[in-house]
Design a protein around this ligand. Structure first.
Ligand code: GLA
Length: 385
């Protein structure tokens, strides 16, 4: 059974899976109504939920901290991993969904703090598990929105909707083109023409980031200030998703230089996502790869969310045989690069990239060759994953 628009009835035989994601293009565009092009990758968080005598408890195979709360608990965040599932529970409760007493246990292999959305994956798998346990059906759009709200309102990170939405709605063999204002989405095939002969390689720089920490919030504020200046100048402009570079130039004097640069990245990345859609339908990895490299330069120079290690990985990747394009993926300030690589050369590419990085920084990067997988799923517990 794959992720669908509604959830099956709960059963003890079910377990819940949510993948990680990488984003091909459209970065930091998802909190100002822009476009994103993520896909799900085969790293998973798993949840099991079992009935309890009273209250709610949370444990993880990855962390020692556990948490037990009552149904009425309204305490603030604990500032550890439990905030993600508890935040989701709070959102369900705000919608009148009161699960019976449960114990939720999480396990999985999603790299933590690597920019592949470990937190959104935990949120989505928690929502799927608790909804099924409660016998409540919600559309995947509603699930994504409530999981984002958990992160915005309880965890305290001003993230956009991309991660939660893509983890819920992704489709194997496809990237997901999402309009983050309307939540309209399309699955774009990765197997058109010459694109069928490419693979995605994800390279973890091992430089840690946490989007709940300062830099993401600072960028978010600079973007919001720039967007507000543009909305003052152009009545009727809904958000940066509709803005053009020409309009941005006209409003340039009415915002800080930082806001101008951040907005320039966003407006230009929205345009790149649309061009990437054309490249994908044309089965043109050369154009798609070029757009990815341009996207990286924009993140590095205008959005200032890259770092030396990641820039080195992107530059090295671009110089290796079989690589069409590479860029920083996710929130930034470290984390992973996403590379579009000739399928026949992906193993040699991965080895060469790992070697060059080790020699330069004495860091062993984790490099994974991936195909796009389905979004969150509910599987029979006897199935292997
Ligand atoms: C993080 C956030 C997303 C998005 C990306 C940058 O992953 O959770 O909402 O803003 O950064 O594109």
């Amino acid at each position: 059974m794959t992720g669908s628009n509604s959830l099956p009835h709960p059963s003890d035989d079910h377990r819940f899976l949510a993948p990680a994601r990488v984003n091909l293009l459209g970065e930091h565009t998802d909190y100002t109504g822009g476009f994103v092009l993520p896909m799900a990758i085969p790293f998973y968080n798993r949840a099991t939920v079992t009935p309890a005598e009273s209250g709610y408890s949370f444990s993880s195979a990855l962390f020692e901290t556990t948490r037990a709360i009552t149904a009425e608990d309204r305490s603030p965040r604990a500032r550890n991993w439990t905030d993600y599932p508890v935040g989701v529970l709070r959102q369900l409760q705000q919608r009148g969904i009161e699960p019976p007493p449960f114990h939720l246990h999480l396990s999985g292999n999603v790299p933590f703090g690597a920019g592949v959305s470990s937190s959104a994956s935990v949120e989505i798998v928690t929502a799927y598990a608790l909804l099924a346990f409660t016998g409540t059906r919600l559309k995947l759009e509603e699930i994504a929105v409530l999981c984002r709200a958990a992160e915005n309102e309880y965890v305290g990170s001003p993230c956009g909707i991309m991660d939660q939405f893509s983890i819920a709605a992704a489709k194997a063999g496809h990237a997901l083109l999402l309009n983050t204002r309307t939540l309209h989405y399309e699955h774009l095939p990765m197997n058109q023409g010459a694109l069928a002969a490419t693979q995605i390689v994800v390279c973890n720089s091992m430089v840690k980031h946490s989007i709940a920490s300062g830099e993401y919030g600072i960028r978010h504020k600079q973007v919001m200030d720039g967007q507000a200046a543009m909305q003052r100048k152009f009545a009727g402009l809904a958000d940066l998703g509709d803005a053009t570079l020409q309009q941005l130039e006209q409003a340039r004097g009415e915002m800080s230089h930082e806001s101008y640069l951040r907005c320039r990245h966003i407006v230009s990345d929205n345009a790149r996502v649309m061009l990437a859609k054309d490249a994908m339908f044309a089965g043109d990895p050369v154009s798609l790869g070029r757009l990815m490299l341009e996207g990286h330069a924009s993140e590095r120079d205008d959005f200032a969310c890259s770092c030396d290690e990641v820039d080195f990985l992107v530059d090295t990747a671009a110089s290796l045989p079989g690589c069409f394009g590479a860029r920083l993926t996710g929130g930034g300030f470290g984390g992973c690069t996403v590379n579009l690589v000739d399928r026949n050369q992906s193993e040699a590419f991965s080895a060469a990239l790992r070697k060059a990085y080790q020699e330069k920084y004495d860091i062993a990067a984790d490099v994974f060759v991936c195909d796009a997988v389905d979004g969150a799923e509910i599987r029979n517990s006897t199935e292997q994953v």
